[in-house]
Each structure stands twice: as C-alpha cells, then as structure tokens.
Design a protein around this ligand. Structure first.
Ligand code: ZN
Length: 115
C-alpha cells in the first residue's frame, strides 16, 4: 500500500514492485500464448530460458516453461535460421569427399594433333 502512495524511485524498486504484483494467467488461455509470442519476437527470438525470465517479471503463467518451449519450437523464424547450419555442414562434408575423389583420379591431357 505504501508503494501505491509513494511510487518507487530506483530501477530495483520498480522491478520488485512489478514482480510482487505479477499477473496470474492460466496456461490454456489464448492470451497467455499471445503474450509469450509477442515477448519472443520483441526480445529478438529469445530462447525458452531467457523468455521465461523476462516474462516472470510481469506475468505468472502457470506451467509457463512447457508452453514457452512449445511456442519457441513452433516459431518459423527460429526453425528457418537453425536449419542452414546443419545443411551447410552436410554440403561441406560432401564437397570434401568429392574433392578427395577428384584428387585421386588421374588427369588426362589430350594433345591436339591437327596443328
Ligand atoms: Zn523465433
């Protein structure tokens, strides 16, 4: 009650003020998923652990970790940007094996006899 009359001054006091009055949300409500999606995008596609920490400051979503993991795993951007590394490694491995094949095959240089 004292905080409502005298607003918090420092950043630490503001964080404590917010975390003490976290908004309780059930996991199966659509607004919970919408808040998580918005926070995921606003925080540059943050991972599940970071996202849980960020959301905990303002919201208390019951069973949030599982819901956050589900939403992050479904994110198209995160999936798109995580795949190329694996594909690139596969391409490099194929190129190296192909290069080994090419280096082992003898090169035949034909001489043109029409000159
Ligand atoms: Zn994402």
């Amino acid at each position: 009650m004292d905080l409502l009359i005298n607003p918090p001054a420092s950043r630490i006091q503001i964080c404590l003020f917010k975390s003490k009055r976290a908004i309780l949300l059930p996991r199966n409500y659509k607004i919970s998923a919408m808040i998580i999606k918005e926070a995921h995008i606003a925080n540059l596609h943050a991972g599940p652990t970071l996202l849980a920490r960020i959301l905990k400051q303002t919201y208390w979503i019951v069973g949030a970790k599982r819901l956050i993991r589900k939403i992050v795993n479904k994110c198209v951007c995160c999936r798109y940007h995580s795949k190329p590394v694996k594909q690139l490694m596969e391409i490099c491995r194929r190129l190296v094996s192909r290069l080994d094949e090419l280096l082992q095959t003898p090169v035949v240089i034909s001489q043109d006899q029409s000159k």
